[in-house]
Design a protein around this ligand. Sequence first.
Ligand code: ZN
Ligand code: ZN
Length: 172
Amino acid sequence: MLSIFKKYKNLMRHQHGWKIELKCPQCSHIGIPHYNGWKPNNRIKFGKRSTIFACLDCSHCGNELRDEAGKKLVELFSEIAIPPRNTHLIMWFVVAGMAILVGAYFGKSVIGDWAYIAFIFFPILIRLFNYRVASIRAQCACGNPKYVFMGLLGRTYCYRCSSCARLLRLRD
Ligand SMILES: [Zn+2]
Ligand SMILES: [Zn+2]
């Protein structure tokens, strides 16, 4: 049982990073910025706007490049579609959620209060769903999946495979 939790935790964890060239507005240097870890960003934007968590500086003058990274993310990922596997999972999530509610409602005379049933099954369903979505980025057509998390575009997670530069956009 413990190994299942460990496997879940490992799969859910994503690696932060940035390996795309940016142009520094201060010194005009174009290059891969210095990546100095990441920090939580509570100002998550919606729609077609991006949220960057990585701390990025110009490798030439040290100027902070978070805004540039934000613009680049929109440019790179706006046209990337969410993979069909992810869309199917969302569909199944909604159907299973409805099934839990309906099942809980009709089963209440047998099992008891439906709220308790939903309380038990919804967290399981959510974890299962997140696990299935995360397993999409555990694979890559190149055979050597190394997906690095670059930021959020609206509510979608943007990844890039360091092995083959393939871009992946996921929604959970
Ligand atoms: Zn610079
Ligand atoms: Zn790849």
